[in-house]
Structures are given as C-alpha cells and as structure tokens.
Design a protein around this ligand. Structure first.
Ligand SMILES: [Zn+2]
Length: 365
C-alpha cells in the first residue's frame, strides 16, 4: 500500500501537462513603434511570456508582427474587437499593442476565452514589468481572475509569480479551444472552475464566464444582433446573479425587443441589488414611458438626476421625456441645455434640444 502511495506521489510530482503552442499574431500600434528595434522588442516579450508560462508547458510563438493603426476615436474595447480572431484551430491569439497604461491600472484589455487582447505600453517600465503586464492579460484570456496576494502575476501591478489559485485555474483552462469560448470547456471543467472562482471570493464582476458573455452581448448589441445579445446577457446574469449591471444589460436588450414586462422585472431586480443604479433607474423609466406610466417614469428620472447630476445622459433622458409631457416644455429645454453643457459635442442631445425649441416656438407648452 505504502509503495502505491509513494508511486502516486512521485507521478504527481513528475506530472507535466502536454506541451501546447499558441500562435500569436501581433499588431503593433504607434506608441510601441516609436521605440527603436520594436520588432525585436516584441519578439523578446513573447519569449519572456513563454518563460513565465513554462510551468504550464504553454509556449507562445510569433506568427507574424505587423504595424497597426488603431482608431483613437473608438473605445479601447472597439479597437480590441477589430483585431481579427477566432482561428478555427483555437490555437491562435490576436495581440494588439496599443495605448498607455494608467498608474496601477490594468495593463491591457482581455476577455476570458476570447483570443483578441490589447496590451498597453507602460512608458518607463522595465522589460520584466512589460512582460508581466502582457502575461497578466494572457492569463485573463485563459480565464484567470485577480489574485489577492501581491507579487502574483494576477495582482495589480502584476508580479511574476504564478500563485496557487491562478495555477489551479490555468491547469484547467490551458488547453481551451480559443475559437469556441466557454463552450470549449467540458461541463466538469466548467463546474470545477466555478467552484475555484467561488472559493477565491473574487468580486462578482470578475467572474470569467460573466465577463465573456457580457462582452459578447455588448458586441452583439454593437453589431445589431439583439437576440444574440439577449441570449448572452441571460447567460451572463446566470454567472453573476448578484450584480445589478448584469440585470440592467439584460433589461436593456429586452426593452429594445419590446419585452416590456421582462425588462421592467430586470430593472427592478437591479434596483433591489443597487438602489442607486442609474442604469436601472433610466431603463425602468424608459419602460414606464412606453407602457404609459409617464408620471412614475419622471419620478425615477428625477431621482437619477439627483443622484448623478454630472451625468449628461440622465439630463438628456429627462429632457426627452419632459418634452413630450404637456406643460413641461420649459423644464425639458432646461434639462437638455444642462445635458449639452456637460457634453457639448453630443449631436443626439443637440438634435433633441433643437426639436424642443422648435416645439416651444410653435406654441407647445
Ligand atoms: Zn487584470
């Protein structure tokens, strides 16, 4: 018996996962290209990345390095999405270097099980730190979440140590097919990952499955695919039921699909979790307007304006609702002017103000 146990321990100690090579297509934005020898720099960072993930037998090989002109007028998330991705083999990563890291902030932008990842340049940081930042985002891509211990690869700022929790996660996800999202994991692995995540007591918003489905839902909204978005936000909510924003996201797509009862239900669930949720108040107000409960909608919007007086969208929403409420045109114009004062370049708000002014000109009160 003792001999069997010894052998088992020896085997466990010797266990090495089968090697996996991930091919990396690198797109380099203007910041990093200002450095002399930037192509060599990128190759060196990828070698450092392989060294960090060596205990997991993960190797990262440069497939190609190209110049990239991201669109600074678009959000970072939109720029991450325009990186190609989802190579059928599931062994490809699309890595974009773009933007600068804020002090102590996240070193890039990655979504669990999504092969498109942005990494910021960190001016003034040494190459060890730059590689740690890159490895941090790649670990997010493989489904890892933030660690509490300083010095860990998954803390902020990132260290280089693969802490136990991160190792446990990455051992389960290291072979995931990156073209299939979480469906590239079998049910038992998915359950084990959820147990690990729950035991880590991480913040609800960092749940990798929540992150994946929310990100895919938002992308579906941006691409005009509401039923895909609704499906994704429903799954996202399943993984973060205590998170108000998960209910607001789902409520908003239900509202867009004219599923008013369901939308109101989600907004009220969000408000029960976070009574100050501006998104939920505005979403609920929108449902109440279209279902003929204008007075109650205005009450929610007034509460939202009171809680977030610096948010131009809240004033704009109030302005639009008041503009269509008899006797409130002057109040509507005041709200829309305040919205534009806070966000002077907003064309939609300008258009709403012009309509309200024209309505008053025609004698509407
Ligand atoms: Zn992070």
């Amino acid at each position: 018996m003792r001999r069997v146990v010894c052998c088992a321990l020896l085997l466990a100690g010797c266990y090495r996962p089968p090697p996996r090579v991930l091919h990396v297509q690198v797109a380099v934005g203007p910041e990093l290209r200002r450095q002399t020898g930037w192509r060599n720099l990128v190759s060196a960072r990828l070698r450092a990345l392989s060294a960090i993930f060596e205990p997991l037998a993960l190797r990262f090989e440069v497939a190609n390095i190209s110049e990239w002109e991201p669109d600074p007028k678009q959000s970072l998330e939109a720029n991450r999405r325009i990186l190609a991705g989802f190579h059928a083999s599931g062994d490809w990563i699309e890595l974009g270097f773009y933007g600068s890291r804020q002090a102590d902030g996240e070193p890039g932008l990655a979504v669990a099980y999504d092969p498109r990842v942005l990494v910021f340049d960190d001016p003034g940081a040494g190459e060890t730190q730059q590689a740690a930042g890159l490895a941090h985002e790649i670990a997010h891509l493989l489904g890892a979440w933030h660690a509490h211990s300083s010095g860990s690869l998954m803390s902020l700022p990132p260290g280089t140590e693969l802490d136990r929790g991160t190792m446990s996660c990455l051992r389960l996800t290291r072979s995931v097919n990156l073209s299939r999202g979480p469906s590239g994991l079998d049910a038992a692995t998915l359950q084990r990952l959820q147990e690990l995540w729950t035991a880590s007591k991480a913040e609800a918003s960092t749940n990798p499955f929540y992150r994946f489905y929310t990100s895919r839902g938002l992308e579906a909204v941006a691409r005009g695919l509401p039923s895909q978005a609704e499906e994704d936000f429903t799954k996202a909510e399943h993984f973060a039921p205590g998170l108000a924003i998960a209910h607001v996201d789902l409520g908003n797509v239900e509202l867009a699909a004219h599923e008013f009862l369901a939308a109101a239900d989600e907004m009220r669930k969000a408000l029960a979790l976070d009574p100050k949720s501006s998104g939920a108040m505005n979403g609920l107000a929108a449902v109440l307007v279209v279902t003929g409960h204008r007075g109650e909608a205005i009450e929610w919007l007034a509460k939202s304006v009171q809680l977030t007086p610096g948010d131009p969208r809240v004033h704009a929403n109030m302005g639009v609702v008041l503009a269509n409420t008899p006797g409130r045109i002057d109040d509507a114009i005041a709200e829309l002017r305040e919205a534009l004062r806070l966000d002077p370049g907003n064309a939609a708000m300008r258009h709403s103000l012009d309509l309200a002014l024209a309505a008053r000109q025609q004698g509407r009160r």
